[in-house]
Design a protein around this ligand. Structure first.
Ligand code: MG
Length: 456
């Protein structure tokens, strides 16, 4: 049996592996999964091929007797919010999130707004590979797809409900927004205007060629936005990814802050405002140990999970909730709003925190320790990677360790994570320490162990 879904939906290069023929067939399999008469909401980001894929996918859904509602361009979290609150049986988002411009993808959303779990992906793959197709009589194919409007407005209203609009509005913040030339441009500036924020936008015109920057928000892709924060004396900057479910913050000193740092601050703040939530957060093993160091004194437990937002979301929901779930890549799940990553929600919550504490963004981040970070990789086959992880477990025996996804080692003055990549033949190494020399020393030690498993 072949596999279609990766860690976050089906991804491929438009026209090469992600063709209209493929989308049609996958649409039929997804339609077979949701079933005849089910209601499915479809949306897309700005990417090239989005219209073609949407058209073919919708034809596939319709031919299985699904009632299709089409929202057009919208951030992924807007589609997820409307699927959940307006009782759709499911949703499909056409997006490749942060991937390079030539990619597109298809993400399937369950009726609760969260991406479907792996076992449901397997059901769709089975339908796809066995050439599933129901033979409906002509009367069952009489319904056209229905356009749905107002999705973004309803989503923005829902975010405003989560924050103290008056207290944010009184501050008259100035915020730089980098929309990655995609669908965040339709929601974030609108949200900020409602919060009386002066918006300076960069890369906020829609363009499937992504002329401004790569769609992944990182320190090296947010250089222009960070410079604008400093030169315009803005209070905060934010960089979204291609489908608006991530937000990377830039403080007023122009420092780009990874999502584990902003996530830790936001979760501690949210725990003071939503006091009934279970006092724990979920985060991937790729997050810094700073998360634990900062949240433990607040009486908040940190649950480490394998890397991947769907795992975090599903576990939080199945295990009785949490204050939040977040990732170092900028994904933040504000549980009172929805159990999925939401870039605009994260930004609104950050402004709520700044207004509530009457604090500059840079002084909020200064509450966190500064560590030196190293992120690198070594070419290795899957077998070599697994061998290296076993050797590392022996090498660091006696240390506190998490082994749910590769191996994460907690030292006195460092932490390091080694895990096989899900998408390329490499082992990824990331770690932090209080000094640059120390983390370089640890990573050097790790590399030496890995090399013992590399053949040739
Ligand atoms: Mg995304």
């Amino acid at each position: 049996m072949g596999r279609l879904f990766g860690t976050d939906g089906v991804r491929g290069i438009v026209g090469l592996d992600l063709t209209p023929e493929f989308a049609l067939k996958l649409g039929r399999a997804i339609g077979g999964f949701f079933g005849r008469g089910s209601r499915v909401l479809v949306g897309r980001d700005v990417r090239a091929g989005g219209d073609v894929i949407a058209g073919a996918l919708i034809a596939g859904l319709l031919s299985e007797g699904v009632k299709v509602y089409y929202a057009g361009l919208a951030p992924t979290p807007a589609i997820q919010y409307v699927v959940k609150t307006e009782f759709y049986d499911g949703g499909v988002m056409i997006t490749a999130s942060h991937n390079p411009p030539e990619y597109n993808g298809i993400k399937v959303i369950a009726g609760d707004g969260i991406e479907i779990p792996r076992e449901d992906e397997v059901k769709i793959e089975e339908l796809y590979f066995k050439g599933y197709g129901s033979s409906l009589e002509w009367r069952s194919l009489a319904e056209p797809p229905e356009g749905v409007s107002g999705v973004i407005d309803r989503y923005v209203e829902a975010i405003l409900d989560q924050v103290d609009v008056d207290s944010i509005a009184r501050r008259g913040f100035k915020v730089v927004v980098d929309c990655a030339n995609s669908v965040s441009a339709l929601a974030t500036p609108l949200l900020l205007r409602r919060l009386n924020v002066r918006v300076l936008s960069i890369n906020c015109h829609l363009d499937p060629l992504f002329p401004g920057r790569e769609p992944e928000p990182r320190p090296d892709t947010l250089v222009d936005a960070a410079a604008l924060v400093v030169s315009s004396k803005a209070d905060l900057g934010v960089g979204h990814d291609g489908d608006g479910d991530r937000a990377i913050m830039i403080d007023d000193m122009g420092r780009v802050q990874w999502g584990d740092r902003s996530g830790a601050l936001l979760a501690a703040y949210a725990s003071t405002k939503w006091r009934d939530l279970p006092r724990r957060v979920y985060t991937g093993v790729s997050s810094s140990v700073i998360v634990e160091e900062y949240l433990k004194p607040h009486g908040i437990e940190v649950v480490w999970t394998p890397v991947g937002s769907v795992t975090i979301a599903r576990r939080m929901k199945n295990e009785g909730g949490a204050i939040a779930g977040f990732e170092e890549n900028g994904g933040y799940m504000h549980v009172p709003h929805q159990y999925v990553r939401d870039g605009a929600m994260k930004l609104a919550l950050f402004l709520d925190m700044m207004a509530s504490y009457n604090a500059k963004s840079s002084s909020l981040f200064s509450k966190l320790p500064e560590y030196y970070t190293v992120k690198t990789k070594v070419r290795a086959s899957r077998e070599e990677a697994l061998c290296a992880i076993e050797l590392l477990k022996e090498h660091f025996s006696g240390y506190r360790m998490i082994t749910i996804d590769g191996v994460k080692v907690f030292g006195e003055d460092f932490w390091v994570l080694v895990r096989p990549s899900g998408t390329e033949p490499v082992v990824r190494i990331m770690g932090e320490a209080t000094t640059r020399e120390r983390i370089e020393e640890v990573v050097g030690e790790v590399k030496n162990v890995i090399l013992r498993c590399i053949k040739g």
